[in-house]
Design a protein around this ligand. Structure first.
Ligand code: SF4
Length: 382
């Protein structure tokens, strides 16, 4: 089990939960029921809570939605977040009944077009402060601040999003409101990694809510999310997560279960991409396995590699063991030593370079030989 590094973010309280700081990474979700359909929304909130959701988000866009939330709040003690759509002023009516307000910087332009967005953020910060609520600044690839988009070339889709987040953090800080977190979501996991890394470099103290938007159905939705989370969480980035899945309403709790699975796998080094935990110690990662595994001996091999290489625990070498020919060849490229398994042979690599194919037994001897060679080069001592 790996002790994950964590960025020194500040703690933000959201009802009975706190994110950031030393708090464990929490898992959250959003109801997919119509907010005004109170009975089904309550039922979904209960399902999500039972699965372990720390925060549950509900969409609102009208006074009828606000009235529904008043009744929902009477029937649950879950930490509720409302997702403001375009009508930001509803925050004032709903805030007494909830614990967190999410606004999207890109949506602040739609109502009261002549009013500067800064005044609208000030209004939201005042409402949140008066009602003991936290805020999430939720930047989304599909609705980026139009002013920011105008300042960058069309091919640069990252800068407008991170700069929009920076600007809102600076404004909230200048207003003296620090009880907020940020999210930067895209449907492309690689972009999610880039956006969040950039933001965390500049605003290391601001808690981050991680997610891949429109990730889709299982299993692809979970795989895309996993790719982003593995690279970010292993580097200390991320304080709360959401796995967005397209599932029927009665299966919504799978978002939470999948989030738990991904977190546990990252902690235990069961990853699909090469992850460097930056511990300066021997880093052995193996894929979580799936239906593509061609030989069950892969699981045993991963255990044997752990046992065999124990003597090298103080050397910062990354060894990746992947279960199939589909993703194994590419996913091992970033490791110092990579093993990807076929039906009868295991392919051993040094970075992108192929060393050879060996039987499941013989590969252990070859792996040790290569590991000893790396150690003797003297570049990996912790
Ligand atoms: S490397 Fe292959 S076997 Fe392992 S999880 Fe990925 S696709 Fe499945």
């Amino acid at each position: 089990m790996t002790k994950l590094p964590r960025n020194p973010t500040r703690e933000v309280k959201i009802g009975s939960l706190a994110i950031g700081g030393e708090n464990p990474i929490s898992i959250q979700s959003m109801c997919s029921t119509r907010t005004q359909n109170i009975a089904t929304t309550i039922a979904q909130i209960k399902d999500l809570e039972k699965a372990g959701a720390g925060i549950i988000r509900l969409a609102i866009d009208s006074m009828k939605d606000v009235q529904a939330i008043m009744r929902i709040a009477e029937q649950t003690s879950a930490n509720l977040c409302v997702d403001l759509q375009e009508n930001y002023r509803l925050a004032e009516d709903v805030a007494p009944y909830i614990q967190k307000i999410r606004y999207n910087p890109g949506h602040l332009y739609h109502h009261e077009r002549d009013k500067p967005w800064q005044d609208k953020v000030k209004f939201l910060a005042d409402v949140a402060a008066k009602n003991d609520c936290a805020i999430r600044v939720g930047v989304n690839c599909g609705s980026v601040d139009p002013d920011k988009l105008m300042n960058y070339n069309n091919s640069d889709t990252v800068s407008p999003m991170v700069n929009s987040a920076y600007e809102h953090c600076e404004l909230l800080d200048s207003l003296g409101f620090t009880r907020y977190c940020v999210s930067l979501k895209d449907s492309d996991p690689i972009k999610v990694i880039e956006l969040n890394r950039l933001f965390a470099r500049q605003f290391q103290h601001v808690p981050l809510h991680l997610g891949v938007t429109e990730a889709g159905m299982l299993p692809d939705g979970a795989i895309k999310t996993r790719i982003a989370f593995e690279q970010l969480i292993s580097q200390g980035i991320g304080d709360t997560i959401r796995v967005s899945l397209t599932v029927p309403n009665h299966r919504k709790a799978e978002e939470i279960k999948e989030g738990k699975r991904i977190l546990e796998d990252i902690i235990n080094g069961r990853v699909r991409s090469v992850v460097n935990y930056n511990s300066g110690k021997l880093n052995i990662i193996s894929c979580p396995s799936c239906s593509r595994v061609e030989n069950e001996a892969f699981i045993n091999l991963a255990e044997q590699v752990k046992d065999l290489t124990r003597y090298a625990e103080n050397y910062g070498v990354t060894i990746a063991i992947m279960g199939c020919r589909v993703n194994g060849p590419g996913e091992t490229d970033q490791a110092d030593l990579g093993l990807w398994c076929g039906s009868h042979y295991v392919n051993l690599k040094h970075g992108t370079e192929m060393i050879g194919s060996f039987t499941y037994d013989a590969v252990l001897i070859e792996l040790k030989r290569e590991l000893d060679k790396l150690i003797s080069e003297g570049n990996y001592k912790s």
